[in-house]
Design a protein around this ligand. Structure first.
Ligand SMILES: [Mg+2]
Length: 570
């Protein structure tokens, strides 16, 4: 007899050959468990769920308190974060502690960059007539430097929307250029616009292309993009923009009366705070004075809130390079350096520095540090990759997006229903088609009596009528879903739709926020409404096959073609 093992065969009917007993083939669900312990836990769970007094406590509507905050000002959680383990909290300044009036600052930056392009880069004076369109910009857009297009991608890097100049790219061109291509941001062909300071660049890029091409001129897109980038960077680097902002801080920076109390609350919870900004000392001092000086009697100066103040930090280089900390003489406005620092002391201010030395000098490291910033690359991604610092991203645009989507709740609900309906219809249409095929084959091949034939014919007619009805409904549901989706998205931004979504998927920007930030929120003062010891818990992560209602891949209401991932979790 041959001693060869019998070749195993996959059964079409059982999920796992061999079934749950005697042994699983792939899993380890038969590993020894303490059944008694698990059963008692399950019973205990039942008691907890049936505890009437507890249910009453949890379902009684809360009376409004000082701490009732709108959803738009919540702190959202991607990864669990236990604040009791955080000892040191750092803050970026621009767009983090200091929330800028985006439109006004963008307009200023647009005007100054345009003036520079004409005077120093010799662009025709005609481009000076371009108007800034606040709607045309959004964080997370990419510029295709080769083809002169602006793109919005979903989380997979697939292009959902594209503009050339101020016009949507023709769909056949979009398909040809990007259909089978993922936009990889490492590819120098693409430039990723992820800082709020650089937002006007997409509007300048598109506006200049639109203008020059309408005059019949050809445009070197790569050079145009580089010129704009350089000019916009120069406006920031040579301080000309910040000089203007400083002249009228009240015009450009929002005062947040809850900022001081929020920082105070964190300090009262035993946290030490630090400031880590790329802005130079003179500008930092001016903005921070404006934001915080005298807001609370216990803190006459903004510097009283912070144990360490680091300016001109050069992030993201701060997280990877080895620049020394320089101590600054803050008795003069410009804060000249007085030499390398050997300690980081309260009441003093520094510039430069690096991550390793920071941890060495403060004595705090890794997970005991939470850093709050607004720049996905410079503040969040780099700190995450180079250290174990926990991160919170400030995304001021969330307030608009949540407020807006709340006003469209009804349409979004209908859209979700239509998407689920579409998926069910798709599934049922396929099922009906299979049955019809079977019947047709029977009619063709099997010897049937006239009565049998008549009965099968009748069933076939009925199936055919049902199939037609469902096909019409599928077409209707698809049309309704497309219209509602377009309407909801374009109501938020006529060019680019929602910031965090691209179609059914998260946008590339939303994906990055989810990937790299432990927490995200619209402003620092949102921490005022939470305990400094809060345990921020993320919703349990579920893959599509785990999600509620996912009876099978075909019927899952949550698949890639279904409603947004977070739908129904509200
Ligand atoms: Mg910033």
């Amino acid at each position: 007899m041959c001693g060869c093992p019998v070749a195993p065969t996959l059964s079409p009917f059982r999920p796992i050959p061999g079934g749950p007993s005697p042994d699983p083939l792939h899993g380890s669900f038969r590993s020894p468990l303490n059944r008694a312990r698990a059963e008692s836990a399950a019973q205990h769970a039942q008691q907890l769920l049936e505890d009437e007094a507890l249910t009453r406590l949890l379902t009684t509507p809360r009376a409004p308190t000082r701490d009732t905050v709108p959803r738009a000002r919540e702190v959202f959680v991607n990864r669990n974060l236990r604040m009791s383990g955080v000892e040191l909290i750092g803050f970026d300044m621009d767009y983090t502690l200091a929330i800028y009036h985006m439109r006004r600052l963008e307009q200023l930056s647009f005007d100054m960059t345009l003036a520079k392009l004409i005077s120093e880069y010799h662009y025709p004076p005609l481009v000076g007539n371009l108007l800034y369109d606040h709607h045309f910009v959004m964080r997370g857009l990419a510029v295709d430097r080769l083809n002169g297009n602006i793109l919005k991608m979903d989380r997979f890097g697939h292009v959902g929307r594209a503009y050339h100049g101020l016009r949507p790219l023709k769909s056949e061109v979009q398909r040809e250029l990007y259909r089978n291509k993922r936009v990889r941001l490492r590819n120098p062909q693409f430039a990723w616009n992820d800082t709020l300071f650089a937002l006007p660049e997409t509007c300048l890029f598109a506006g200049i292309i639109e203008l020059l091409e309408s005059l019949g001129q050809s445009v070197d897109y790569g050079k145009l993009y580089d010129d704009i980038r350089e000019a916009i960077d120069a406006v920031h680097r040579d301080n000309s923009l910040k000089r203007e902002v400083r002249k009228d801080l009240g015009r450009y920076v929002f005062l947040d009366p809850e900022l001081g109390p929020a920082l105070h609350k964190l300090r009262s919870g035993g946290k030490r705070l630090f400031l880590l900004t790329n802005s130079a000392w003179d500008y930092t001092d001016a903005v921070m004075k404006y934001l915080l000086d005298g807001q609370l009697p216990e803190y006459p100066s903004w510097r009283n809130y912070f144990d360490v103040v680091v300016t001109a930090a050069g992030k993201p280089g701060f997280f990877t390079d080895a620049r020394p900390f320089l101590e600054l003489d803050t008795s003069t406005e410009e804060g000249r350096s007085v030499g390398e620092a050997t300690s980081l002391d309260r009441g003093k201010a520094y510039s430069g520095g690096n991550l390793a030395r920071f941890e060495e000098l403060t004595g705090y490291r890794g997970e005991n540090i939470l850093y709050v910033g607004d720049h996905i690359y410079g503040d969040i991604l780099k700190s995450k990759k180079s250290s174990l610092w926990r991160t919170c991203m400030v995304v001021q645009e969330i307030e608009d997006e949540i407020t807006y989507t709340a006003t469209r709740r009804e349409e979004i609900g209908t859209l979700t229903q239509m998407e689920i309906l579409r998926e069910r219809l798709d599934d049922e249409v396929n099922h009906h088609k299979t049955l019809l095929n079977l019947m047709e084959r029977r009619l063709e091949r099997e010897p049937l009596t006239p009565e049998e034939r008549e009965s099968v014919e009748e069933q076939r007619r009925q199936l055919k009528a049902e199939l037609d009805k469902m096909r019409r409904a599928l077409k209707d549901a698809t049309g309704i879903a497309d219209t509602l989706e377009e309407d909801v998205e374009e109501g938020f931004n006529p060019y680019w739709g929602l910031l965090f979504k691209e179609g059914n998927e998260n946008s590339r920007f939303g994906y990055q926020v989810e990937q790299y930030a432990c927490l995200y929120t619209s402003r620092v003062s949102n921490f005022l409404h939470h305990s400094p010891m809060q345990y921020y818990r993320s919703p349990r992560d579920q893959m599509p096959h785990e999600q509620a209602g996912a009876l099978s891949a075909r019927l899952s209401p949550m698949g890639g073609e279904g409603p947004p991932k977070g739908a129904g979790k509200d």
